[in-house]
Design a protein around this ligand. Structure first.
Ligand SMILES: NC(=O)C1=CN([C@@H]2O[C@H](COP(=O)(O)OP(=O)(O)OC[C@H]3O[C@@H](n4cnc5c(N)ncnc54)[C@H](O)[C@@H]3O)[C@@H](O)[C@H]2O)C=CC1
Ligand SMILES: O=C1O[C@H](COP(=O)(O)O)[C@@H](O)[C@H](O)[C@H]1O
Length: 255
């Protein structure tokens, strides 16, 4: 509870999953350009992540930044990802080193490596296929949004190597609440449940590391992302598996 954590993009889906699971575990300062939709007990800063002064001020006395704010749309246009994702992320890293923050956890995406799927789909989405990406591969973005996420990872590498910041980049799969994506093989292979999401970000706040790229998915039978690095370095222990649900999202126990 002594650890003070700044959460950018707190009002979004990932932010709500994190706060729903580990909202009581830390002293949070929430940050979003939108005001809170519901009353919150946590400190809340309304601001834009491209505004360096507001971002620096929000980092006062902060130990860790969980940086989620950005445009999450796979089809987002260049001007939006350039501003919200690339400029915003550089602003966050720079403010972190200037204010003495220990670590930044960056929300990267499956779309940073989407083109590894091109010649392997749909087979790699299936449980019998043992092809795995493990985080050591070069980016192969599927869109300009994925390019912006690869840029965020590279900025993190620079701020770690040159400025000594600890950085964990989580290539998040497909976060959905309650059950895996319906009728969508790709989404089921990279499903991240809400509780596994909260637990993974808790591990990113707690573990010791220099610079890491890990995959953020549940322990799905169908997976094509390795979870070894997240388990070994962060101590990630996922609880959920999309194979426990039907293609329509019903728990198999109930069917
Ligand atoms: N939801 C998912 O399955 C995945 C999400 N991600 C990444 O996780 C992060 C969060 O995604 P979601 O919660 O799904 O998106 P979301 O759209 O639900 O939430 C994003 C939040 O960031 C805020 N925001 C956007 N631009 C901002 C700016 N310039 N300054 C301040 N606040 C800003 C928005 O107001 C919103 O509350 C994003 O960076 C996204 O790229 C990555 C892979 C999968
Ligand atoms: O990065 C993201 O990825 C997920 C999954 O991508 P999809 O193309 O299979 O839907 C997406 O839902 C999310 O909005 C995005 O931020």
């Amino acid at each position: 509870m002594d650890e003070r954590v700044l959460l950018t993009g707190a009002e979004g889906r990932v932010g709500q999953a994190v706060l729903g699971g580990i909202g009581d575990a830390y002293e949070w300062r929430l940050f979003d350009r939108d005001p809170p939709a519901e009353e919150t007990d946590h400190e809340f800063v309304i601001g834009d992540v491209t505004d360096d002064e507001t971002v620096r001020d929000a980092m006062a006395d902060v130990d860790t930044v969980v940086h989620l704010a950005g445009d999450p749309r796979p089809d987002a246009p260049w001007d939006s990802v350039l501003r919200n994702n690339i400029d915003g992320t550089q602003t966050v890293y720079e403010a972190a080193v200037e204010t003495g923050v220990d670590r930044v956890v960056f929300a990267s995406s499956n779309h940073a490596v989407g083109h590894y799927e091109t010649d392997r789909k749909p087979e790699l989405y299936r449980a019998h296929d043992d092809y795995r990406l493990d985080g050591t591969e070069l980016p192969r973005p599927s869109n300009l949004y994925g390019v912006s996420k690869a840029a965020g990872e590279t900025l993190g590498r620079y701020y770690h190597d040159e400025r000594g910041l600890s950085v964990a980049c989580v290539r998040i799969g497909n976060l959905t609440k309650g059950h895996p994506p319906i009728d969508y093989e790709r989404g089921q292979a990279m499903w991240l449940s809400y509780r596994d999401c909260a637990h993974l970000f808790e591990r990113c706040i707690e573990a010791d590391y220099g610079y890491e790229i890990v995959y953020g998915i549940s322990d799905n039978d169908r997976k094509y992302y390795s979870l070894e690095r997240a388990k070994d370095v962060l101590g990630y222990e996922p609880q959920d598996n999309s194979a426990e649900y039907t293609n329509q999202g019903e728990p198999k126990d109930d069917v």
